[in-house]
Design a protein around this ligand. Structure first.
Ligand SMILES: N#Cc1c(-c2ccc3ccn(Cc4ccc(CN5CCCC5)cc4)c3c2)n[nH]c1N
Length: 236
């Protein structure tokens, strides 16, 4: 998978050189490039923002640097098709990112992430980029961040771990929260007693059927208690 990221804070993404993603980059599983938006702002102060038309607080990101930066990735003459790269702009107004979307995006050959700051990006950037590539505005949750970088880090981690070859044991991707629509069951490891707290005896029984049954019951109970919205109405 090819990943391009555009941001005024490229150093945010240095962390992607550690752990699994770092190994994936070294192995060529992921080809990642981070672009500094300010390299495409050519005035003396490398200005990327200006006051909003219509008034209002804060600043809006200017379209020109974005246009030049995305042209350098997509091609100035690119014409959007179903085979185009997918350009994702994190936004509080975006469709909510979830495990289903992470699975979908892990199958994409090329992703481009555009990290806004200030009060957002001039709308014409989204409109023009949609003539060059597929575009989605995506939110990682109903709370307000100061920019798109943290959202991109979260999305890349969620997507990256689903790319075949990324994690050692693909089995571990199956039994985790949200993969089967339920929250995960509680996990335990040695010692069997810790501060007078015992591991549930079923987990020490060696009876795999009983363990599976207990784990599913724990998933349903935890989901009903913490996230009833994930259950079908009749199971809430
Ligand atoms: N993913 C994701 C996000 C983001 C996110 C993503 C990208 C950017 C770029 C800039 N900001 C800051 C910001 C803050 C408030 C507003 C709303 N204002 C109302 C009136 C004019 C704007 C607009 C932008 C961003 C925030 N926040 N929360 C998420 N889950």
């Amino acid at each position: 998978m090819k990943i391009d990221i555009v941001s005024i804070f490229p150093e945010y993404f240095d962390v992607l050189n550690v752990s699994l993603l770092g190994k994936a980059r070294q192995s060529g599983l992921i080809d990642m490039n981070v672009h500094n938006l300010r390299d495409h702002a050519h005035d003396r102060h490398r200005t990327v923002d200006d006051t909003p038309y219509g008034g209002g607080a804060g600043m809006v990101m200017k379209p020109e640097p974005w246009g030049e930066a995305l042209d350098s990735i997509l091609g100035a003459d690119a014409v959007a098709s179903e085979d185009s790269p997918l350009v994702i702009f994190p936004s509080p107004a975006g469709e909510v990112f979830d495990q289903k979307m992470a699975r979908e995006l892990s199958l994409e050959p090329a992703l481009v992430f555009g990290c806004g700051r200030y009060e957002g990006i001039d709308q014409r950037v989204f409109d023009h980029t949609a003539t060059q590539a597929r575009v989605r505005l995506v939110s990682i949750g109903d709370y307000v961040l100061n920019g798109g970088e943290v959202a991109v880090l979260a999305m890349i981690e969620a997507i990256g771990r689903l790319i075949p070859g990324m994690v050692g044991n693909p089995e571990s991707l199956v039994e985790e929260s949200h993969e089967d629509g339920l929250l995960e069951y509680p996990s335990y490891t040695k010692p069997s007693v810790w501060r007078e707290r015992e591991v549930p005896p079923v987990l020490l029984s060696g009876n795999h059927g009983a363990v599976d049954k207990w784990r599913h019951e724990q998933q349903v109970e935890r989901t009903r208690r913490v996230r009833p919205d994930l259950l079908p109405p009749e199971q809430r």
